[in-house]
Ligand binder design. Structure first.
Ligand code: NAD
Length: 459
């Protein structure tokens, strides 16, 4: 099939690459020319600057110029196209509603270009972006208004998780396709032939509105489950003596009905989707006069969780942040990615700076460069106090406290580095329970405060 993927971000680039692996002729289109030039080079460092996903570079290198093409001129690639995937940003407005500015602009541009194409072939416009329920219909109206002929619209939400996006695009749990006519289901079955009738992967055909709803319910369910463990499980471990959070988790999740995923307590879930998707669903449900108390609670627990360890450090450990130097390890919202959208580290750093710290020494194995843009001092003069380091050891040197804000595997071995690099009195704040041998460092005079456990004062 001849496919255009519009928007070459985390979703679009991975989708385009994996479709090209299956021998489709894929044109990855973006209005950001710099990005397109970087991807067209096929060079790892140029690709990773924008999207850093394990395995992605290899696919691009293998299919570039054969099945995969990059382009910033839609008109030059429009003839003979079967399917256009829309993988555009859909951020939040301040009131929680979905901001469709990027989406509408791209859809209008696509509509104008398709209306002018010469061939009469049917074309299906597919929403991969997460968009409010009813947006496929809205897309149809845009196409009709521009006089586009012989087309269909579909919803095909994306469920990949960053950090393992390529693996999940190759082997998803399910593929959800929402169309309103048989012809379009048939076209999309040809695109996804590797998943249709698969023994494990569920290929679900439904209405566009159901497909749109599936994405919102799935994401808010995941965040609600995380918030349950953070807002209830972690609090039990922190407030009731002798409750061991790891045993509690194991005991509960040994029940086959209860998921292990999401049960690891943390300083909140970040990423580009959870926060904005739950906010959007709250907005959509309020519009139809439905109570949203449960979703609001999930959202609030998650936001509070991002910074509450700093309050605990002050209240329980008696730590005074004013004029101190603090190391922050883990800037991306999780391991294996350089994406910092909605990362807990941003809230942590803002909160620390608000408490008057003199310096922040930051380190992330992949996201230091992203952080320099996200935490640029033109946005907040206090960000000038952040320095970036190439290793955890260098970041920890000369600090009074350490905050671990993501789950990078290399942090598991930190206890030895801490012992060798700094001297007590010293506070370790562990937002991800990354230090399994915390009792050892406490025995050596370090204070340890982690999510899900009572504060451990050194002897
Ligand atoms: P992104 O910001 O990484 O990428 C979006 C791309 O669209 C950018 O490259 C941007 O330059 C391009 N773009 C913007 N306006 C354009 C236009 N007018 N024409 C052409 N290109 C344009 O976003 P993302 O993370 O890939 O997310 C895309 C959508 O997928 C969102 O709706 C998001 O909610 C959803 N989603 C994201 C994830 C994820 O983990 N990132 C997972 C599932 C679903």
């Amino acid at each position: 099939m001849k496919i255009i993927v519009a928007g070459t971000g985390y979703v679009g680039l991975v989708h385009a690459a994996v479709c090209s692996e299956y021998g489709h002729e894929v044109y990855a289109y973006d209005n950001d020319k710099e990005k397109i030039n970087a991807f067209s080079s096929g060079q790892s460092e140029n690709i990773e600057k924008y999207v850093n996903e394990p395995g992605l570079n290899n696919i691009i290198r293998e299919t570039l110029g054969k099945y995969l093409f990059f382009c910033s001129d839609l008109k030059s690639i429009i003839e003979g196209i079967d399917v256009i995937f829309l993988c555009l940003p859909t951020p939040s407005n301040l009131d929680g509603s979905t901001n469709l500015t990027f989406y509408n602009k791209a859809a209008e541009n696509i509509a104008g270009t398709v209306a002018g194409k010469k061939d009469k072939r049917r074309i299906v416009f597919v929403n991969k972006s997460t968009v409010p329920i009813g947006t496929a219909k809205h897309l149809k109206e845009i196409m009709n208004a521009r006089g586009v002929q012989n087309f269909g619209v579909a919803s095909n939400p994306e469920f990949l998780a960053e950090g393992s996006a390529v693996d999940q695009a190759r082997k998803p749990d399910r593929v959800v396709v929402g169309c309103d006519c048989k012809e379009d289901f048939k076209i999309l079955r040809r695109v996804y032939s590797q998943f249709v009738n698969h023994v494990r992967i569920k290929y679900i055909e439904t209405s566009p509105e159901t497909a749109e709803s599936i994405k919102y319910i799935a994401n808010t369910m995941l965040l609600t489950y995380i918030s349950f463990w953070n807002g209830v499980g972690a609090r039990i471990g922190e407030k009731f003596p002798n409750v061991k959070i790891n045993d509690l988790r194991l005991g509960v999740t040994s029940d086959g009905r209860i998921s292990t995923w999401g049960s690891f307590v943390s300083n909140g879930a970040g990423g580009s989707c959870f926060g904005k998707d739950i906010a959007s669903l709250i907005y959509q449900m309020r519009n139809v006069n439905v109570s949203t108390k449960m979703l609001e609670a999930s959202y609030e627990v998650n936001e509070y969780q991002k910074i509450y360890l700093i309050d605990r450090a002050i209240d329980e450990a008696g730590f005074k942040f004013n004029n101190k130097t603090v190391a922050v390890l883990g800037l991306a919202f999780k391991k294996h990615t350089n994406d910092m959208r909605d990362a807990s580290s941003i809230k942590v750093i803002e909160s620390l700076l608000g408490k008057g710290v003199a310096r922040i020494k930051a380190y992330d194995p992949l996201a230091n460069e992203t952080a320099k843009t996200v935490l640029d001092s033109s946005k907040n003069i206090l960000f000038e106090k952040i320095e970036y380091y190439n290793s955890a050891r260098e970041a920890i040197e000369g600090t009074h406290a350490l905050f671990i804000s993501s789950d990078c595997e290399e942090f598991r071995g930190l206890s030895r580095t801490i012992e060798e690099t700094v001297k007590p009195p010293y506070l370790v704040i562990d937002g991800r329970r990354m230090i399994p041998d915390f009792e050892e460092i406490v025995a050596r005079g370090f204070d340890y405060l982690s999510v899900g456990s009572m504060f451990m004062k050194s002897n």
